[in-house]
Design a protein around this ligand. Sequence first.
Ligand code: ADP
Ligand code: ZN
Length: 731
Amino acid sequence: MSEQDFFDEGELVGVLTTQPLDRVLDYKAPEGGCWLGAFVEVPLGPRKVLGVVWGKGRGDWDISKVRAVIRALDVAPMREEMRLFIEKSAQYTLTSLPAMLRLATRAPGLSDPPSMRKVYRLGAGEPDRQTDARKRVIETLHEYGGLSFTLKELSELAGVTSSVVKGLVKQGVVAEEEAPRDLPYPKMDPEYGRKELTDDQEAASARLREGISSGTYGTTLLRGVTGSGKTEVYLEAVAECLRQGRQALVLLPEIALTAEFLTRVEARFGTKPAEWHSGVTMTERRRIWKMVGQGGVEVVIGARSALFLPYQNLGLVVVDEEHDTSYKQDDGVLYNARDMAVLRSSICGARVILASATPSLESWANADAGKYERLELTSRFGPAVMPDMQAIDMRAEDLPGSRWISPSMQAAVRSRIEKGEQSLLFINRRGYAPVTICRACGHQVGCDHCDARMVEHRFLKRLLCHQCGESKPMPEACPSCEVEGKLAPVGPGVERLAEEAQELFPDARMAVLSSDLFGSARALKEGITAIADGGADIIIGTQLVAKGHNFPLLTLVGVIDADLGLQGSDLRAAERTFQLMRQVAGRAGRSERKGQALLQTFQPEHPVIRAILAGDEEAFWKAEAGERRHAGVPPYGRMAGIILSSTDVQEVFDLGNALARNDGALREIGAQVFGPAPAPIARVRGRHRVRLLVKADKAAPLQAAVARWVGQYKLKGDMRLAVDIDPQSFY
Ligand code: ADP
Ligand code: ZN
């Protein structure tokens, strides 16, 4: 930072706060001055709030009324590159700057003043007299070797009050010391645990390493079938990043995958990386946040919000499974982490690696247009090859309406059991049955707060709304006609499929893998490891199994309903089905044994099903790209979704209609508006939802026009308006 980035005491500075205000506020720099980008505490009305020095003050405020910054916090100032990222991502997603800043400061205790704390470890002294409580403290400290603890940790571990520990400190039995509150993470060794790469892995890795060494921005689409070694290859890019002294971020789509991945990183670099997601403790979050800013972390593995950490020297962002829909945040600030990774890296001169077996059409098109480099890993690592894929034409199978495992599928599973191999039956629906119907009156049990139907979860003995999370016990009587004992499940979910499989194969060992059946990421990891080690003959799973897990004994994948994803109005339905089916099929035969994938379908001639079976990815992408280009939809056109919601159904439609009529700002850029229409789920948590969709040319300045358009109206009452740029789901 240069001298002109420093503000002397009393100089006017503009501070962006995390409060929902629409401007940067003027303050006087505090005693001792402050840097541009400094995190500060400022008075706002009667409160103290967190902010960042965003620039010079505007000076358009009565100078005698301008208050002083209370103090600059003891954390690294926000770098210019990060301020730019916040500004640009706010512009792109039409989000306010304060909301963006909140995303970038999601760590507790940032304004806690002292960065030292007292810690306790075993001292040299002997106690004057021994009590049970004292003994427990000493034993605890012995048990944990040379570790030191905070007073709270130690007294809790030993099960004593803090005064017992304090007493031992007086006698020198326990030593009290000052230690930094947040410690750096251990250094990683880029040469540790290196693997011999195959020729095409080495070629890809060399290109990626070159990119890192160039020190400039660039995005690479790393494509390769599941098991081809994409992870091994991008870990080499991470290694190069470490050698250059820069930080690397690896984004993963599912928290459930991080445990397995952490172990892999540790095996490669000798120590675990920092882990950032909703399951991480508050203390750990603060430590990561601070250490990232001062270079005390080299590699972060995280969920999408890890993009908003204050990296000191970011050199690489890997987006693993880049096509995964969970990269799109669908609550609060609506951003796509994959796109924001590219934005952030282009600002700070970092590399991006988008890794996938089945890229999104967006990334495929960017590579096709030469904006991204494209690297391919064509073969699976080791002797494994892609499985044989075949359709089971359900029209020809003899199957009663309440059964889903066709005779052909049964035969295939049976032959695997006989050979001691594993089968996976895949259905992308959680719970027991998606619909519960009353056989007396035909009523379908719905959620009281949404227009969604309740899903029976037999395992939990409850009905659950997958939309809002509402749950209630399974009723005895129909809520509508009150007749008892007539409620019946309709359609299969993963739990019901497990029941059917158990009846068909009573001696087989079953394992059900569904995200809601495991209490924690750790429990899930243990479950997965046990299955991988051969702890089950048949695995019944939802889309959770499609992602990244390795089951060496698995040689058959049976897709129960390949048609499920093809229905619906989502423009990405075909793409999603294609990706999911390819991924699931990729689970079979990952080690020495060749696998087989069977797809149950009522429409074997459907182009998507045919492309999956033929394994002809380029043909699929080209056909899909052609259709989207023709329709002018993403990635060949732009879209924005507007969701209005209110408890008052009339007001929400009135505003929707007013927006649709007064669309001058959109017409100026040649954009069209569709709607208002009730959102596919028209009521969520008691709020009525109406949706408008804006379509524009690829080059049109969409955000500015949408901002002017919706800016015409002030929102009254409890009305909410959310803009979703590049909407992914149409809900
Ligand atoms: P992908 O990320 O493409 O699914 P992975 O990198 O996970 O593939 O590789 C699949 C499996 O093969 C992993 O268990 C990995 O450790 C192993 N593997 C891949 N390449 C190599 C290699 N060059 N040497 C040793 N093991 C490898
Ligand atoms: Zn609900």
